[in-house]
Design a protein around this ligand. Structure first.
Ligand SMILES: Nc1nc2c(c(=O)[nH]1)N[C@H]1C(S)=C(S)[C@@H](COP(=O)(O)OP(=O)(O)OC[C@H]3O[C@@H](n4cnc5c(=O)[nH]c(N)nc54)[C@H](O)[C@@H]3O)O[C@H]1N2
Ligand SMILES: Nc1nc2c(c(=O)[nH]1)N[C@H]1C(S)=C(S)[C@@H](COP(=O)(O)OP(=O)(O)OC[C@H]3O[C@@H](n4cnc5c(=O)[nH]c(N)nc54)[C@H](O)[C@@H]3O)O[C@H]1N2
Ligand SMILES: [Mo]
Length: 786
């Protein structure tokens, strides 16, 4: 049985459940933010730092990938962006004394919250194979240890992970190092995030990115927000939705949960938002069952085709379909045969509500569909997103103002990292360009994505794990399996800003390489540097930190990668064997940008254009000229199997989500204000009617047990049941506490993304062991420093 210890926080004993909010932001958001931020940074640093977020000449907010418009306000950040900044700009420090005091076993027993609250890492640390704790190590020694381990294995026995905060410059240099070393083993957080979007959009439209810009949102007549909780995860998007709404757009929310931000928004950056009742955002809320979206968009397609039959020539955009698309007839045939019963079963929606949405669509000249993790982390995520494309193509809602696809990215540069070649399946044209520019033969065989990397580590096929950012151990599924896989490595190396579980659960040898964050001054041999990032709408712009680094020992990601490369591969000398001038490139990031310009399409005149205050937008064929670089040369309609997620009787479909006080595995605090949760995270939200059926009650203490075809029982112990208005048959609980429940092999078709939003579970009365573990945990854990 796979059970993760409930690394609870002592505060969980103070857990309280109140009523959920019906609006997002407003004055409480401002007050709460300032309190959390000032605890980390002090008053003066808070003011100086927050004024530079997302400003020209300032730094890009590390919070999310939502773009900032040209007419940005003086305070272009949000509550959760401020919290993300405070985590990085905190005055707390993890020093060598800290590691002297805490053994590995000690660190492994701490919660994510506790680890994150200790502050910024300050110097390189090494844990040797027989040691029980980390000791200080010099940079050169750290590079030597890593290079030796990499030389001792075949290139495909090493894995190089990236999280989406890494800048374009660091990402480009990193993938270059990895391919120069000889592997495409470049898994990244995107594999667990928007991989399904990328897969579906590349196949159907030819570009795996969104096709809209901010201006399109302001021109849209209908915006459908599906599977996304922007009030918490993309708060600045609410400002854009509010503006779209004022310009006349209708907004429809499709979600199993009535998320506060989608209902009503009080913009904290306006007086009206601070003291008024705010703007109602969603005109319509469809409370869909988990995984029901494919059926919903199929039904909308059917309604449009039927309307066209009633009003020939008035509904579909025939000219667009004939000129720009492929596969319409096969799609239309499939759609006409879709039974309503299946649609209603899959969505859990009343037919009238689906038909009413169909009417809205008919009345809207331009439609945008936005989505995030609610769509990408299911078994049939790729078919679902393809179905959204089908729906949009019917009326030519791609490649014209006010219309298109809008996958809303998570990490602030996750999209840019992919553009820079962080990808385990690089296209041949990218490798060709790399080869032409640098004069070496990059490996051509595909590498491991995140799930395959864990399998390979588990099976002893990987010796070295290297991560630039992120928290691999805790962000990935099947925690018990992943932790064992990590411990199976000879060496694990983490380039990080803050302590997390991946520093506590390691290979036999382990290194921590502390790095600069976005907010900090980055000085290299040729002077002060800036980096660049790409947002969710393909805008590339500069980010320049101004704060003094958390410690003089920190090195930038670029400099760490170059230092390791130099140690591993040598530096270029005339007629020498090494074709890349690693340290010369790292001395001035303009030099890296020049190389990017010659390898990656769309970056012409990179160094000049990125110095413009707003940066520049990357080209996008479908958006700019209705050019679709797909296999058929056209936008592809697809025929998708209508997959209905069914669970055995007495079970629920569980989704694993973010609370308001977390950034993925970084826990800022223990509240989830909009959902009424205070001082605790081990809660499971269930519809009250389902509780009656299951013989449970609000307030019960249960274990969550996941049921999967491999027969392994996975258990997350000790959750308080909360009666909550989620869709029937569905439940929700926070990640990463519930990652132990997600089977490694339960992944999405095509994209191989873990199915974190549809885990079949049952609730069982909490075991005595769970209750005991909770008590023991309380006595062992220490509170966060104040
Ligand atoms: N403050 C903060 N900001 C963040 C993050 C964070 O942790 N904290 N994380 C960043 C990252 S990496 C990402 S990827 C994004 C994530 O942004 P979101 O995708 O908004 O994050 P989740 O909490 O996973 O929320 C998923 C939403 O989809 C809904 N949903 C789940 N399943 C379904 C379904 O089958 N159908 C439909 N229609 N809806 C469904 C859920 O009810 C929930 O509202 O946010 C980014 N921004
Ligand atoms: N069950 C479940 N699992 C999920 C999800 C889910 O919805 N449910 N969501 C998935 C998604 S969408 C994502 S994107 C992944 C996230 O996976 P990751 O990106 O791996 O995880 P994070 O928690 O964002 O990583 C946080 C760590 O990054 C480091 N860090 C922060 N800033 C920097 C920096 O500037 N440089 C460097 N080098 N390090 C930095 C800090 O040490 C911090 O502890 O999790 C996935 N896992
Ligand atoms: Mo993400």
């Amino acid at each position: 049985m796979a059970t993760a210890a409930p690394r609870n926080d002592p505060a969980d004993e103070n857990l309280s459940v109140g009523s959920a909010k019906t609006y997002a932001a407003g004055a409480p958001a401002v007050a709460k933010t300032m309190r959390l931020v000032e605890q980390q940074m002090g008053v003066k640093r808070t003011a100086l730092t927050l004024l530079r977020v997302n400003q020209p000449g300032g730094f890009d907010c590390p919070g999310c990938a939502w773009p900032e418009g040209p007419d940005r306000g003086h305070l272009e950040f949000c509550e959760n962006g401020a919290k993300a900044v405070a985590q990085e700009a905190t005055l707390r420090r993890v020093t060598r004394a800290f590691f002297e005091e805490h053994t590995m076993a000690d660190l492994a027993a701490k919660s994510d919250y506790w680890l994150g609250q200790q502050g910024r890492l300050t110097e390189p640390m090494y844990k040797a194979r027989d040691d029980d704790r980390y000791r200080p190590v010099s940079w050169s020694e750290a590079f030597r240890i890593t290079a030796d381990a990499l030389r001792a294995c075949a290139p495909d026995e090493a894995v190089f992970y990236t999280s989406g905060r890494t800048s374009n410059e660091a990402a480009f240099l990193y993938q270059l190092l990895v391919r120069r070393y000889g592997t495409n083993n470049l898994p990244d957080c995107s594999n667990m995030c928007h991989e399904s979007s990328g897969s579906a959009l590349s196949e159907t439209l030819g570009v795996g990115k969104g096709s809209v810009s901010l201006d399109d949102l302001y021109r849209a007549e209908l915006i459908i927000v599906v599977g996304q909780n922007p009030g918490t995860n993309h708060p600045r998007m609410l400002v854009a939705l509010e503006r779209a709404k004022r310009a006349g757009a209708r907004i429809v929310a499709v979600n199993p949960l009535p998320e506060a931000g989608l209902i009503r928004f009080k913009n904290p950056q306006t007086v009206r938002g601070l003291i008024g009742s705010g703007t109602p955002l969603a005109d319509e809320f469809l409370q869909i069952r988990l995984g029901g979206d494919l059926a919903l968009f199929r039904a909308l397609g059917r309604l449009l085709l039927e309307a066209e039959e009633r009003m020939p020539g008035q509904v579909l955009d025939r000219a667009f379909i004939d000129t720009y698309t492929h596969g319409f007839d096969a799609y239309a045939k499939e759609v006409r045969e879709t039974p309503w019963e299946t649609v209603l079963e899959a969505t859990g929606l009343p037919r009238e509500q689906v038909e009413a949405l169909g009417e809205r669509v008919l009345g809207a000249k331009s439609v945008i569909v936005c989505w995030a993790m609610g769509l990408t982390q299911h078994r049939h995520s790729v078919p679902t997103i393809r179905e959204i494309v089908n729906f949009l193509l019917l009326r030519g809602n791609v490649g014209r103002p006010g219309a298109g696809v809008c996958p809303v990215r998570g990490h602030s540069n996750v999209q840019g990292d992919r553009t820079m070649g962080i990808y385990e399946k690089p296209p041949a044209r990218f490798l060709d360009a790399l080869e032409a520019e640098f004069g070496f033969e990059p490996p051509r065989a595909p590498g491991y994505d995140t799930v395959d990397a864990i399998r390979a580590m588990r099976d002893g096929k990987v010796r070295v794990f290297f991560a630039v950012g992120g928290n691999f151990v805790n962000a990935t599924p099947d925690t018990a399996v992943t932790e064992a896989a990590m411990r199976n490595c000879a060496l694990t190396v983490q380039v990080s800003t803050k302590l997390n579980r991946s520093h506590a659960v390691t290979g036999r040898d382990a290194l921590i390489l502390p790095t600069l964050g976005r907010t900090e001054r980055d000085v290299q041999e040729c002077g002060e540097q800036f980096v660049t990032v790409e947002d969710s709408m393909s805008m590339v712009h500069a980010s320049r930190g101004r704060l003094e680094p958390a410690s003089p020992q920190l090195r930038s990601e670029v400099s760490i990668i170059a230092g390791l490369a130099r140690q591993l591969l040598g530096e270029r000398v005339a007629d020498g064997p090494e074709p890349v001038e690693w340290e010369w490139l790292a001395a001035h990031y303009d030099r890296i940008r020049d190389r990017i310009e010659r390898v990656v399409p769309g970056f012409a005149d990179f160094n000049a254009r990125v110095r413009e205050p707003q940066g520049f937008q990357l080209p996008h064929g479908p958006r700019d000229s209705r050019t679709f670089p797909t296999a058929t040369g056209k936008a592809n309609f697809t025929v998708n199997e209508l997959d209905v997620l069914r669970v055995p009787e007495g079970h629920l479909l569980l989704q694993t989500i973010r609370s308001h006080d977390q950034y993925n595995t970084t826990i800022y605090g223990l509240d989830d204000r909009y959902r009424g949760i205070r001082q605790g995270r081990r809660v499971v939200f269930v519809n009250p009617a389902d509780l009656v059926v299951l013989g449970c009650a609000d307030g019960d203490l249960v274990d969550l047990v996941s049921v999967w075809r491999d027969g392994v029982e996975r258990r997350a112990p000790g959750f308080r049941v909360v009666g909550y208005p989620t869709a029937r048959g569905c439940a929700a609980a926070y990640f990463p506490e519930t990652n132990v429940l997600v089977p490694l092999d339960s992944t999405a078709q095509v994209s191989n993304t873990p199915t974190s939003k549809s885990v079949v579970v049952r609730l069982v009365p909490a075991t005595a062991a769970a209750a005991a573990a909770r008590t023991a945990e309380r006595t062992h854990s220490q509170g966060a420093p104040s």
